[in-house]
Design a protein around this ligand. Structure first.
Ligand code: MLT
Ligand code: ZN
Length: 469
């Protein structure tokens, strides 16, 4: 370690695992956005909470910024380290610490992968229901940082709903033990919820106690092909009225083309502009009959022009692949991602407004729409053409995102539904949040991170270490 600051860190913590090879800086300094060139000072891989606290105290003394790092599957640049920061990777803090069968609470370290957590829950005949395609690589700490949502929010809500307690290291190295698994706790501000979705700017989550729940009954999946945008919500209303939904998702013909090229099986003979995938309980014959009734109703009313109901779990998995592999099928093209939300009732009018903007502003790009339409959350991935440089592409997409942000403000929506603000969306925060709200957020940051060392420049610019202001 040639940097004297790192030598002093190792004097404080001789056992701390530090990495600073070029390949490590590159690997740990970026997330799935791949827009910024990673340039961290080094990577610390603590194995205990005490080590995390000591690293934070060192960072305060040295004036070094910290970027917390989980699975780095983020899509907003929240885990990017491009300015000489120390990355704290939680990959060695990945243990299940305990299970309380009365409270049905699993306590885990922040670096545990979501899929490992889900498996641990199943080991206790329960489930942790938050789920999305990055489950194998993302960590629960990262999920908490962005209040991750995913495909079953319609039934189970976002990560926040499942967090019973958090242990957090603040920007002064203090350890806070928040809520301690209590169901009822009316003792002032619930700081736990401030940390959820704070993108590592208020504290470093080292431990989480998550609630588990009963496994759901058997489910089926149906996919509909839809011609008219207006019919999407008719199908949603019919499904919601009659079925016990656990997911209701949407994608377009553009998305289908990419996933099929990536190996998914197209169940339809004809192309349709829109597709819906619904997952619902089939606990008994009555629920199965309800599903068939809805299926027929959608055809009878002319809302759908084709449809398929899964007949086996293998077929359900194959249908899910149409939706779940969209992100992966587009990744090599480095899409520009919008991740927006409006109230569900505003979806039809908002989609129409967006369509007008995108058709006018992006005539030459491949615009791929998909997302969690049953939660009012749409993803728009824009793919550049060969004639446009990466830099020009970003400039153009940012211009169009400003128009999108204005439309969102008119609809009372959000510029980030579930990916977080990070670096990518911070220029559009005003609009989703008022100036007064942002001022309160800055005040909170000042209290929990007075030296501005925790993930500075993410969510908003501030007076922190390495800030661009
Ligand atoms: C998804 O729901 O598949 C992702 O959150 C969306 C994306 O990759 O843009
Ligand atoms: Zn999503």
């Amino acid at each position: 370690m040639s940097d004297p600051r790192l030598s002093r860190l190792l004097e404080r913590l001789p056992q701390l695992l530090l990495k600073s090879e070029a390949g490590d800086l590159e690997y740990y300094g970026r997330d799935w956005t791949r827009r910024w060139t990673p340039a961290p000072l080094a990577i610390a891989l603590p194995s205990t909470t005490q080590e995390v606290q000591e690293v934070v105290r060192w960072a305060v003394t040295e004036g070094v910024a910290i970027v917390p790092s989980g699975g780095r599957t983020g899509l907003s640049g929240g885990a990017v380290a491009a300015n000489g920061e120390l990355v704290i990777s939680f990959e060695r803090m990945n243990r299940v610490l305990g299970f309380d069968s009365v409270d049905r609470i699993l306590t885990v370290q922040a670096g545990l992968a979501l899929e490992a957590l889900q498996r641990a829950a199943i080991g206790h005949e329960l489930i942790y229901p938050v789920d999305f395609a990055a489950r194998g690589s993302c960590s629960i700490g990262g999920n908490i940082a962005t209040n991750a949502g995913g495909i079953r929010v319609i039934r189970y809500g976002n990560t926040r709903e499942w967090i019973a307690g958090l242990k957090v290291v603040t920007g002064t190295g203090e350890l806070l033990d928040l809520n301690r698994g209590l169901i009822k706790n009316s003792s002032g501000y619930d700081l736990r919820h401030l940390l959820v979705g704070a993108e590592g700017t208020l504290g470093l989550v080292v431990e989480a106690s998550v609630r588990l729940t009963d496994p759901p009954p058997a489910s089926n999946v149906m996919v509909f092909a839809v011609s008219a945008m207006d019919d999407l919500m008719q199908v949603f209303a019919a499904c919601r009225r009659k079925l016990k939904l656990s997911a209701f998702e949407f994608f377009t013909d553009r998305a289908l083309e990419h996933v099929v090229a990536h190996g998914a099986q197209d169940p339809f003979e004809q192309v349709s502009p829109f597709y819906l995938i619904a997952e619902f309980d089939v606990a008994d014959e009555a629920q199965q009959a309800d599903a068939l009734e809805v299926f027929e109703q959608c055809f009878g009313n002319g809302w759908v022009n084709d449809g398929v109901i899964s007949q086996s779990s293998a077929q359900a998995a194959s249908l899910w692949r149409l939706r779940e592999s969209i992100t992966e099928s587009l990744a090599a093209r480095k899409p520009y991602k919008n991740d927006i939300s409006v109230r569900i009732s505003a979806i039809p009018a908002f989609m129409q407004a967006m369509r007008t903007i995108f058709e006018r502003e992006y005539p030459h790009y491949d615009v791929v729409w998909f997302g969690h339409i049953g939660d009012g959350n749409l993803h728009i991935n824009v793919l550049k053409d060969d004639a446009t440089t990466d830099a020009m592409f970003i400039v153009e997409c940012e211009r169009v995102t400003r128009l999108l942000a204005q439309t969102l403000a008119e609809f009372g929506g959000s510029i980030s539904a579930e990916h977080g603000i990070g670096l990518v969306k911070k220029g559009y925060l005003l609009g989703t949040r008022s100036a007064a709200e942002i001022a309160v957020m800055r005040g909170i940051k000042q209290v929990l991170d007075p030296h501005g060392i925790l993930n500075p420049g993410k969510v908003f610019d501030g007076a922190g270490v390495g800030s661009r202001e």
